[in-house]
Design a protein. Structure first.
Length: 131
């Protein structure tokens, strides 16, 4: 998916902007339908995040298409602001998901147990020093 999107986007001189945008939208729509039907990840949260990323990509592509067609600077700024808001929303949801996964992961459990051991050793040391 990423290779095809990058390939299409890099063909600036060979393919007109509108045709390039339509190809990109078709690839994203196809991947969105695959993600909705196949659910490629075992965790439902990962599937939701994949779908959300594809929706954010689709919104970005559609808004970019209209930004280059419309002449009005005000409407272009509005589309640009909407693209930024959608992508910030996606980033925030991604960070929340990553935070939840880290909190529930084995890695965090190991770090927490190490921190607890360190704290108990420090308190034992402090008790010895006070005596």
């Amino acid at each position: 998916k990423k290779f095809i999107l990058t390939l299409i986007a890099s063909l600036n001189q060979l393919i007109h902007f509108s045709a390039r945008n339509i190809f990109i939208m078709l690839v994203v729509f196809y991947n969105l339908s695959l993600a909705l039907n196949m659910k490629p990840y075992t965790l439902p949260e990962c599937n939701r995040l994949e779908i959300l990323s594809l929706v954010a990509c689709l919104i970005t592509v559609i808004c970019a298409f209209f930004m280059f067609i419309i002449e009005s600077l005000g409407i272009r700024l509005l589309f640009g602001a909407f693209i930024i808001i959608v992508n910030i929303f996606f980033i925030l949801l991604s960070l929340i998901f990553i935070g939840k996964q880290l909190k529930n992961s084995q890695f965090m459990k190991i770090l927490t147990s190490m921190r607890n051991k360190q704290s108990s050793q420090k308190s034992k040391f402090d008790n010895v020093v006070k005596k």
